[in-house]
Ligand binder design. Structure first.
Ligand SMILES: Nc1ncnc2c1ncn2[C@@H]1O[C@H](COP(=O)(O)OP(=O)(O)OP(=O)(O)O)[C@@H](O)[C@H]1O
Length: 573
């Protein structure tokens, strides 16, 4: 329990703090104040109940008609308060959701947690982070406001209603138990507490597994959505390999997991409902029966009986908040757990326990990249062959060679600061580094954004962009430069994607260019042409090129061969 409260406190602080936090607090304060106004109007309704039924009992037509007018005013006021409260509450909900979402994005993107927390790279790998950012933030704030405002309203209401019930039930219940005469003064008040206490215990006993079932349900729903996104991302490969059946199997398996947990969920809700539904039905009627002895004894009038009954219902409804909110509270706890986990794990992702994490990093003193005594390991603790020592200076063009699986990509990840498993020393120079992978990913914001990535497309002059794309052999796509979204990228071949990625290098002119088989899909003549452009346009940049064939057009100044048969060769001084 204290853990859940700590989680809720941390997340709520994140959502409610920050610049212009006062707007959120004013909104919360107003909604809070409206709870009191609503309560005051409701108390008028209780008083009205007594007056109206007394008028009915006394056949006082004028009095009853007058009370009907009062009733209309009270109901109108309640509707106005409710409407204002719900508008302000929704406004506040979005404010806090926005703040929590931005904080979640900061945690996810900052420190490159989105890279480190992938399955296989950290024991803390997070399942479906996209759902946590998009949905959990929304649901958390929704449930937070719903439950806290409800709870506050109930507590304030409870105090008021108990006071009224106390003053109304100033009569004694007398009965005989095992020959002993028992007298319970103000028995309606005590009865309300006993009634709800017993019901709360039963509710918790029946509903406690709900939190973990909700947790599992959210994960499985997200897994299913993720599988559908994967199908969309790999549509061509699936279609060409006739993978529809395999996809259906994969999707059906994930859906089956949803189904199984869903039935666990509704089964548990059913069991809980067996108790809470009848309880909800009786809570409004039973008070009348409890108060009947007092009525028959002549201690209260008919109006007083109705007043007593409606106050008792209000007290027990307020006290029963826990029972009626059990399902939502269980969901709230599950969402808070998931979101808080994300913050905890992104705050310094744990390394894999079996893998050594002894790579020392330091800024280079002479503007060159130095790799000394480096030996990389996989996350499961397998050592790769030692990497030969190497210094790479600005203007160097290095062919990084080695057999498949020897660790070239891993070395580049270590050099760029991502890979942490291994030992040795890497001194990295200042300056901008750009890494181009074999399959450049293009986001769906369109051709212009893809070419300018990661810069803002508006920051790059149109003429310059067109000139670069033209020189890289993409002039035939220039017509789609400003077309919307994914359509402008549709049908780009892998070779064209690689050209587009090279355009990013020419536009950004980094000091360090790393090409990880980034031209492997081009024919030899095109590859030579593009590498020559790169070499001429960026004469001062250091270029590290991973390729299985020697990139002769780059005129490498060094070969850095890694793997078992590593043999460092110096081609030219
Ligand atoms: N996340 C990971 N978990 C486990 N093993 C990994 C992981 N990443 C890389 N490896 C292993 O590390 C070794 C080096 O992989 P790497 O991708 O660096 O090789 P490479 O030389 O770039 O290969 P290729 O030329 O085929 O691209 C491989 O045996 C690979 O299976």
């Amino acid at each position: 329990m204290p853990n859940i409260l700590k989680r809720i406190w941390r997340l709520t602080w994140l959502a409610a703090s920050g610049p212009q936090a006062w707007i959120g607090l004013v909104l919360f304060g107003t909604v809070f104040a409206l709870i009191f106004v609503e309560l005051w109007v409701d108390v008028q309704m209780i008083a009205w109940t007594g007056r109206f039924y007394d008028a009915v009992e006394q056949m006082d037509v004028t009095g009853a008609v007058h009370e009907l007018g009062v009733f209309a005013v009270i109901v109108g006021a309640l509707a106005g308060i409710n409407l204002t409260q719900s508008y302000l509450r929704d406004w506040l909900r979005f404010r806090w959701r926005a703040r929590l979402t931005h904080k979640t994005l900061d945690a996810w993107l900052g420190g490159q947690a989105y890279w480190h927390l992938r399955p296989g790279l950290s024991p803390d790998a997070i399942d479906n982070p996209d759902q946590r950012v998009a949905e959990d933030c929304n649901r958390y704030v929704e449930l937070l406001l719903q439950e806290t405002l409800d709870l506050i309203g109930r507590i304030v209401g409870l105090v008021t209603y108990i006071a009224i019930l106390w003053s109304l039930s100033d009569f004694v219940l007398r009965f005989s138990l095992l020959g002993v005469d028992v007298a319970v003064p103000r028995y309606m008040v005590w009865l309300a507490f006993v009634y709800v206490l017993v019901a709360s215990f039963i509710t918790h006993g029946l509903g406690y597994p709900l939190k973990s079932i909700f947790f599992r349900q959210e994960r499985r729903e997200a897994d299913f959505r993720h599988a559908l996104v994967q199908l969309r991302d790999n549509a061509t490969e699936v279609a060409q390999s006739g993978g529809e059946e395999a996809e259906r199997r994969r999707l059906s398996q994930r859906f089956e997991a949803i189904r199984q947990n869903w039935f666990r969920l509704i089964g548990r809700e059913f069991i809980l409902g067996i108790f809470t539904r009848p309880y909800w039905q009786t809570i409004l009627r039973v008070p009348l029966f409890f108060a009947l002895p007092a009525y028959f004894a002549g201690s209260v009038t008919f109006g007083g009986l109705m007043q007593l009954s409606s106050t008792f219902s209000r007290v027990t409804t307020s006290l029963s908040w826990f029972i009626f909110s059990y399902r939502d509270l269980a969901e709230f706890a599950a969402v808070a757990h998931r979101l808080d986990d994300l913050f905890r794990m992104t705050d310094g992702p744990e390394p894999m326990p079996a893998a050594p994490c002894a790579i020392q990093r330091a800024p280079s003193g002479d503007g060159a990249l130095h790799v000394r005594g480096l030996r990389l390991a996989t996350p499961d603790g397998r050592w790769l062959d030692a990497v030969p020592d190497r210094t790479v200076r600005r203007g160097d063009r290095v062919w990084l060679a080695g057999d498949s699986g020897q660790g070239k990509t891993t070395l580049l990840a270590a050099v760029s600061g991502l890979w942490r498993y291994g030992e040795g020393r890497i001194e990295t120079p200042k300056g901008r580094m750009m890494v181009l992978p074999q399959r450049p990913h293009l986001f769906s914001d369109g051709l212009r954004a893809a070419a300018c990535y990661p810069a803002d497309p508006d920051s790059i002059a149109d003429d310059r962009l067109r000139d670069v794309l033209d020189r890289l052999g993409l002039s035939h796509r220039l017509g789609a430069l400003d077309a919307d979204g994914e359509a402008s990228l549709e049908g780009l071949s892998l070779g064209e994607r690689q050209r587009l990625a090279l355009a990013r290098v020419l536009l950004h002119r980094p000091d360090w260019v790393v090409l990880d088989e980034a031209t492997s899909s081009l024919d030899a003549a095109s590859e030579a042409h593009l590498l020559a452009i790169l070499r001429r346009d960026l004469p001062d940049a250091a270029i590290l090129c991973v390729a299985h064939r020697e990139p002769t057009a780059l005129e490498p100044t060094h070969i850095w061969r890694i793997g078992a048969a590593s043999l460092e060769q110096r081609k030219s001084a």
